[in-house]
Write a protein that binds this ligand. Structure first.
Ligand SMILES: Cc1ncc(COP(=O)(O)O)c(C=O)c1O
Length: 380
């Protein structure tokens, strides 16, 4: 009998999509919803895209040689990750890389530990792999830094097979310290599990240093690192990301890639290889502006009575709405209707995200000012 699969039916619908659709359609709404840079791609990227327009063929499923070589150089220089092209798989965004890597490392009903609150892609990705997401709690009072004991509390020596960490983090803006990463490395060895290190926002960081888990001693066999061109180079629509993993996992991912998207877009790969060699001034200019907006939005949210930990990275302010509501979906919906400001309910990011809203500052400075004025008026 024809039917939609149970796998799909059980997948929660992302409310974020519906809310942002409304926000985009309605010109009177200011959206603090975006999960992508509001900046256009840097000029050299646009020029290279035109130059490489004739690259209309498939690439090898693991990625083009020149891109892999550029990635290897970048990893050595910027992330202190020593690896070769045999450790890289290029994919259509880091989200696709995550799906491929999960498919290659966890079996049906095995557990994957995920941060809560955490990026809303993790639970569905694990469930689509027919594995079981097990949340570990993050606390506002710890400035959203992972407490390794919370991972231990959630972990099961037999059933847990992987752990996902994300730094800089969406939605909290936390950047993991070296000490925490070292403790996570110890957990990986102790439980003998892979650690997926989602580093999508590695360059969107305000002062603190980004450390890749894979650069720590002994982590080369445990770390599965995910990086992307989406945020650092404002190239979301190019769909280009990559994974750094042990050779056997890379081989398995490359095999599966052949049966999913075949390869990442070839034009994007050509552009990506150049982007990695581009001056850092383009990313730095974006980060400088994000920082200005961050300082504004965090100050205003705190003044409004929504306690917000200052994000150390990424472009989201995760505001505590406890003084106003217990129901983040209802609160976000009311803000949309009454104040005409779109935000994302914290419950979208897990059970522990309830009681918060995510406000993206990948939005023009003046619009953020207007949005805060509207919220202030609404709350009075
Ligand atoms: C934490 C995090 N990881 C991964 C992604 C996916 O990025 P992409 O597939 O564009 O590389 C996102 C997108 O918003 C994200 O916020």
């Amino acid at each position: 009998m024809r039917h939609v699969s149970e796998r799909e039916r059980e997948l929660p619908e992302a409310l974020i999509g519906r809310m942002l659709e409304i926000a985009v359609q309605r010109k009177d709404v200011i959206s603090l919803g975006p999960g992508e840079p509001d900046f256009p791609a840097p000029k050299p990227i646009v020029a290279w895209t035109k130059k490489f327009a004739q690259f209309n063929h498939y690439s090898p499923p693991g990625g083009r040689k020149e891109l892999k070589e550029a990635i290897v150089k970048k990893l050595g220089k910027e992330n202190k990750i020593r690896c070769g092209p045999e450790n890289i798989v290029v994919a259509a965004g880091s989200q696709e890389a995550l799906m491929l890597a999960l498919q290659c490392t966890v079996d049906v009903n095995e557990q994957v530990l995920i941060p809560d609150p955490g990026f809303l892609g993790y639970t569905p990705s694990v469930e689509l792999t027919d594995a079981v997401p097990v949340p570990f709690t993050l606390h506002e009072k710890n400035k959203w830094e992972i407490d390794p004991d919370d991972i231990r509390k959630a972990a099961d020596r037999k059933k847990s097979h992987a752990l996902i960490i994300n730094s800089p983090a969406n939605p909290t803006g936390n950047v993991l310290s070296k000490k925490t990463l070292e403790e996570i490395a110890d957990i990986a060895v102790e439980y003998d599990i892979y650690v997926f290190s989602d580093e999508a926002y590695e360059k969107i960081i305000y002062g603190k240093k980004h450390i890749s888990l894979a650069s720590l001693n002994g982590m080369e066999d445990y770390a599965i690192t995910l990086q992307t061109f989406s945020k650092s180079y404002a190239m979301c629509g190019y769909r280009l990301g990559y994974c750094i993993a042990p050779k056997d996992i890379v081989q398995a991912m490359t095999k599966i890639h052949m049966y999913s998207t075949i390869c990442a877009p070839t034009i994007s790969q050509m552009v990506g290889a150049k982007a990695l060699q581009m001056s850092s001034k383009y990313t730095q200019a974006m980060v400088k502006e994000y920082r200005r907006r961050r300082d504004l939005i965090v100050k205003r949210l705190n003044e409004l009575g929504m306690h917000t930990v200052k994000p150390e990275g990424a472009f989201y302010a995760f505001a505590n709405i406890g003084n106003f509501s217990k129901d983040s979906f209802r609160f976000a919906n009311t803000l949309l209707k009454k104040a005409k400001v779109a935000v994302v309910p914290g419950s979208e990011f897990g059970k522990n995200g309830e009681g918060y809203i995510r406000c993206s500052f990948a939005t023009d400075y003046r619009l953020i000012e207007h949005a805060m004025n509207r919220i202030e008026k609404f709350l009075k």
